[in-house]
Design a protein around this ligand. Structure first.
Ligand code: NAP
Length: 443
């Protein structure tokens, strides 16, 4: 790896990169098939990613003609790595077995280990024979949409592809590693004013929020829209707040501590609800909603911004979904991409149909949406929300913090980068954006 790192740090040319020797194995953060039952009977909250995420030396796979081998400088923790590490709602090894049925290249993924991770920034080391756009030495970020471009169902919106997958979650050879194998159409240019770790935390959450709010495939927000954002300093929420502010909307951010409320105010989000202080109890018990608490949330929102939300940015799921569907304005839209607290959702349909509301399901982003979202980062118009950076060996602890909601924004992980702060090639743009905007989340 030393030779690779040396080439990256000296900004070697494509020709020099092409001569760099690729090692036979690399270090990656893995879940192991033999561990799938390790948490049987343990409550979800007590399943500990520090026990299941293991660093393993694994062989470097051969790359397919449409793939690239990327030297990963940094990656990040997404909630899907938490799901993989606690083997919930199902173990991700099933996805690898299913993928393997698609042909000889796909078979490579079905292994007794899975290198996880769905984000990353690094340098292209090797390209397959069919790759035209990228070359060794290109500095890139990786988005996680793993699409079969010979599948006709992928060609209107690739998120509708019949075998669309998330790299590093439903595939092997993910980003929390020194090397990674990606399809060429997962690559995007690395934002030049950012460090490796700042560049590595955006693609998954930023693109998801872009599709949910900005894209015509999502809520297609317009100027002046009031948008209620749950988890407004979390991974996707922190980008959502920025999209609402950039687009001339009015964000109402929900968080669970005064520190998080302060971050929101620094970002320019004036309407803030601390859900812990408010103490909402949307459920009386496991089966009974408390409609008066939905009304209380609605009246708190009106107290802050004078009206009901046009859009609710929903992802906590079972604990908040009934309230989200209730508080959204007549004719308004709830857009959802997840259900962290439980996926069997309930809401009162009378308020839904009589008030002509809309519900939009959203999942990651197609290449064009991810590219647009990355372009806004690269122009300094959307900021990374990196709070902490861990070493590759500490990935279990980093995932534990996300699982336990002990974090803010995004947690970065250094893969090959020897220390934080490296990788900036456009300091002028960085100075123009300003360190303060880049550090709302930094601890
Ligand atoms: P995150 O960084 O953990 O942030 C989520 C935030 O939601 C938390 O910080 C918390 O904020 C809030 N929250 C958690 N449980 C809650 C509850 N019961 N009630 C109200 N608020 C709650 O996670 P993330 O990266 O933003 O991801 C959020 C969810 O979206 C995850 O389930 C993830 O898997 C999913 N996701 C899906 C996609 C997709 O493509 N479909 C993409 C990205 C993420 P406070 O404690 O401050 O309120």
């Amino acid at each position: 790896m030393d030779q690779i790192l040396e080439a990256i740090e000296s900004n070697a040319s494509a020709e020099q990169f092409a001569k760099v020797s690729i090692p036979e194995s690399y270090r990656g953060v893995c879940v192991l098939k033999e561990d799938v039952e390790m948490f049987a009977g343990v409550p979800s909250a007590d399943k500990d990613p520090r026990k299941s995420l293991k660093i393993k030396e694994v062989p470097v796979p051969e790359i397919a003609p449409d793939e690239c081998l990327v030297g990963m400088m940094a990656s990040s923790i997404n909630f899907n790595t938490v799901w993989s590490s606690v083997f919930e709602p199902v173990s991700t090894f099933g996805s690898l077995t299913k993928l393997a049925r698609e042909g000889s290249w796909a078979k490579r993924h079905d292994l007794p280990y899975q290198v996880v991770g769905s984000d990353g920034a690094g340098v292209v080391l090797k390209v397959g024979a069919a790759v035209r756009v990228w070359k060794p030495g290109d500095r890139v970020t990786v988005h996680c949409n793993f699409v079969d471009d010979q599948d006709p169902t992928s060609h209107n919106d690739s998120m509708l592809g019949s075998n669309q997958r998330i790299w590093g979650y439903e595939t092997n050879f993910g980003g929390l590693a020194e090397l990674s194998v990606v399809k060429a159409n997962q690559l995007m240019p690395k934002p030049a004013h950012l460090t490796w770790e700042e560049s590595s935390v955006n693609a998954l959450c930023n693109s998801t929020s872009y599709r949910m709010l900005v894209s015509k495939n999502g809520a297609h927000m317009k100027q002046g829209d009031v948008v209620l954002i749950w988890g407004a300093t979390g991974g996707i929420g922190a980008y959502a707040v920025q999209y609402v502010l950039n687009g001339g909307g009015i964000p109402v951010g929900v968080v669970s501590s005064p520190d998080k409320a302060d971050i929101l105010r620094k970002m320019g989000c004036e309407a803030v609800i601390d859900r812990k202080t408010a103490g909402y109890k949307f459920w009386n018990d496991d089966n009974t909603h408390n409609e008066s608490e939905w009304r209380r949330l609605g009246s708190d929102i009106r107290g802050l911004v004078g009206e009901d939300p046009d859009i609710v940015f929903e992802h906590p799921g079972r604990s908040t979904f009934g309230a989200s569907m209730y508080v959204v304005k007549k004719g308004g839209t709830v857009v959802t991409c997840a259900a962290t607290s439980g996926y069997m959702l309930e809401f009162d349909n009378r308020f839904f149909w009589m008030r002509l509301k809309k519900l939009v399901g959203s999942h990651f982003a197609n290449y064009q949406e991810a590219w647009e979202a990355n372009r806004l980062i690269a122009k300094g118009m959307i900021q990374p929300v990196l709070s902490k950076t861990f070493a590759l060996e500490q990935t279990g602890e980093a995932a534990f913090q996300v699982h336990k909601n002990l974090h803010e924004g995004k947690i970065g992980v250094l893969c090959m980068a020897p220390k934080p702060g490296l990788g900036i090639t456009n300091p002028e743009l960085r100075a123009k954006v300003g360190e303060s905007k880049l550090s709302y989340f930094k601890q």
